[in-house]
Design a protein. Structure first.
Length: 405
């Protein structure tokens, strides 16, 4: 296989030799070390053989002494392919352009994707990366990932994880922010459980502390449900303070009021659509339209960017931006109370469900029209956990304190 590739690289010629003196022709080739391969004699005066380009040129110098004729049947190999392609200037120019484009694409940064925590200032981080040289068109070898990471962690102390992932000619910026710790009460402090919402107590489960309410009691916001002051549990015992823990379920009621105008502005699209095109090459934009935008009329603007990609990680530094403007006219549409009832009830119930730590059991509502608007008044009944921890300022009674060791 390697020998065949070597012959094709240097070129070879398939010839047909005719004449009455074929033995003289073969003796000539042997005397001058001309190698004939794949010989095939088809008649007493006809022979097929394959020679290298060099041997074929040397054979032409001695053909007059053999009385035979040599006809070229087929040419093979790189020299003949190059000779055939030499006059095709456009093809060679395209090949050189492709090589240059390959070098530009795979040696520079042409796409940046960000995965930055919403708690972090994304615009400030990208501006700082630009200062460090991370921008479109930057040579990939000039991006020192460890040094940039170290610098960004210094500039942004709220970042707990920062990474620059380079794949092909694309880069992904990942940054995770520090979570704000929730305020926790001191575990050694005296704590009580109070009502975060008013209602009627359903169940009380005290893990630590002394319950001061029982099922059926009505409580208001801030009332103590489980006290951190625990009375004596046996004869001769004393009061003691603790960190109260537990849950208290209660029947609660939530009042919701919402309004919605019945005269709604509606978009009526005219079917007229205008498009503007722009080319983005690297970080340069070339507008293929005159002016800065669409003037006059009411329209929706839709921007679409199409980037030519070889794969997910290899992109061409050219993008086509399409701006579509769909024109419409505003029309006023009147709605009835019954038409908006379902949507208003769904939104109101959803808002209450997100606020409560429990389940909705029932609701009552009234929906009426007032001054051209639909007015919803709703009462939602629920069972929810209303206990919340708070510092307890209770003190041990003086008469009991004297008995403590």
């Amino acid at each position: 296989m390697i020998g065949r590739l070597w012959l094709l690289a240097h070129g070879q010629v398939r010839v047909r030799v005719t004449g009455a003196s074929l033995p003289r022709f073969l003796n000539l080739c042997a005397r001058h070390s001309l190698i004939l391969r794949r010989m095939k004699r088809t008649a007493w005066n006809e022979l097929y053989a394959t020679l290298s380009v060099g041997d074929f040129r040397r054979l032409r110098q001695h053909m007059g002494r053999t009385g035979c004729r040599v006809h070229i049947v087929r040419r093979q190999g790189a020299p003949f392919w190059i000779e055939r392609l030499r006059p095709r200037v456009v093809l060679w120019g395209g090949l050189l352009l492709l090589i240059a484009l390959y070098g530009v694409m795979y040696t520079r940064l042409w796409a940046i994707e960000t995965r930055i925590d919403p708690r972090l200032p994304a615009a400030e981080i990208m501006c700082q990366l630009d200062t460090l040289g991370v921008r479109i068109g930057t040579p990939l070898r000039a991006i020192d990932v460890p040094a940039i990471r170290w610098r960004m962690l210094q500039w942004q102390p709220d970042i707990t994880f920062f990474a620059l992932n380079i794949r092909g000619n694309s880069l992904t910026v990942e940054a995770v922010g520090r979570k704000t710790p929730e305020e926790l009460l001191d575990q050694d402090a005296v704590v009580k459980v109070v009502a975060s919402r008013g209602g009627v107590v359903r169940t009380v489960r005290a893990l630590e502390g002394q319950p001061v309410v029982q099922p059926g009691d009505a409580v208001s916001v801030g009332d103590t449900l489980i006290s951190g002051l625990v009375p004596p549990t046996r004869e001769g015992g004393g009061y003691h303070l603790t960190h109260a823990r537990g849950t208290v379920e209660a029947y609660t009621a939530h009042t919701v009021q919402a309004a919605r105008p019945l005269q709604m502005a509606k978009k009526q699209y005219t079917g007229k659509v205008r498009r503007q095109y722009a080319l983005v090459m690297g970080n340069k934009r070339l507008n293929l339209y005159i002016g800065s935008g669409i003037a006059g009329g009411t329209c929706d603007k839709i921007i679409e960017t199409r980037t030519l990609r070889l794969s997910d990680s290899v992109v061409f530094p050219v993008s086509l931006v399409i701006q579509s403007f769909a024109f419409y006219e505003r029309e006023t549409a009147a709605q009835t109370v019954d038409a908006v009832r379902g949507q208003m009830l769904s939104r109101a119930l959803g808002a209450v469900t997100e606020e409560i730590d429990g389940t909705v059991t029932d609701h009552t509502e009234t929906l009426c029209e007032e001054n051209g608007a639909a007015i919803l008044r709703m009462t939602v009944h629920a069972v929810e956990q209303i206990g919340a921890e708070a510092l307890d300022d209770s003190t041990i009674p003086e008469e009991t304190a004297e008995d403590l060791p």
